[in-house]
Design a protein around this ligand. Structure first.
Ligand code: ZN
Length: 252
């Protein structure tokens, strides 16, 4: 099995191009500030700028078959239609969890930003988020909706599957390939690891764990994700091994 993974970091958030012999998946889309365009950003990051999508150093045009969204937060899905436009007709199919459908199709930002009790208790923080997080975000039109049972992608030509892992948001999914590569979105990401460390060493202090919809829910999902493979590609931060993640997640 030949699986190549190419990470693209948009300021603080990761997108991944996952190439296999049969098809190519884009996992998350990244985000750009107002005034920046996806083609210009890619060119500045080593992608050839001849109108065809090609990987840095690659000569063959890259055809993306599926754009898979880990969850409906603006930094992970704002550029879905921009990526699709780059692919040319007939374009890539966008795959999302059904619980994110309303937000993705309207660009409305609502329940995915329901934070847990730590955030709810801090009115000034909630006001900061309300005033500073982009709203609305660019809408997109998902072609394939995934339910809580996940999605086996082998019949679509991709050697992997989507697993429903709620906790960061109610629509959060994890992608796992047959070779043990796990793409965890924000269910496990660098921000959350920092929050967990803070909880471990300075419990009760307001920290990054405000970004989850429920502590028990996300812990259950994190435990499940750690069993899915052995290399972990996070929504934010560098890839990690299971051993590294296990040390950082104190409850394991
Ligand atoms: Zn994120």
């Amino acid at each position: 099995m030949n699986i190549q993974i190419h990470k693209i970091t948009f300021y603080w958030v990761n997108a991944f191009i996952i190439r296999t012999d049969a098809c190519t998946v884009l996992w998350d889309t990244g985000w750009l500030p107002e005034g920046e365009t996806l083609p210009a950003f890619l060119e500045a990051n080593g992608f050839p700028s001849d109108g065809q999508l090609r990987l840095p150093g690659g000569s063959a045009p890259l055809k993306i078959d599926y754009i898979v969204l880990s969850h409906a937060h603006y930094d992970h899905c704002s550029l879905a239609e921009d990526w699709r436009a780059l692919c040319g007709a007939p374009g890539a199919k966008i795959i999302a969890h059904e619980r994110g459908f309303d937000y993705l199709t309207t660009g409305r930002k609502a329940d995915p930003f329901v934070f847990n009790h730590m955030a709810q208790a801090d009115a000034s923080f909630m006001a900061f988020i309300r005033d500073n997080a982009p709203n609305p975000m660019p809408a997109c039109r998902p072609d394939i909706l995934v339910g809580d049972d996940g999605l086996d992608m082998h019949a679509m030509g991709f050697p992997g599957r989507l697993v429903y892992t709620p906790g960061h948001t109610a629509d959060a999914m994890t992608l796992v390939t047959d070779d043990g590569s796990v793409f965890s979105g924000d269910t496990i990401s660098e921000m959350h690891l920092l929050g967990n460390l803070q909880e471990k060493f300075a419990p009760g202090i307001f920290g990054a764990n405000w970004m989850n919809i429920g502590d028990d829910v996300i812990r259950e999902s994190c435990r499940r994700i750690l069993e899915l493979g052995d290399r972990f590609y996070l929504g934010h931060g560098e890839p990690r091994t299971r051993e590294e993640l296990g040390e950082l997640m104190f409850w394991n």
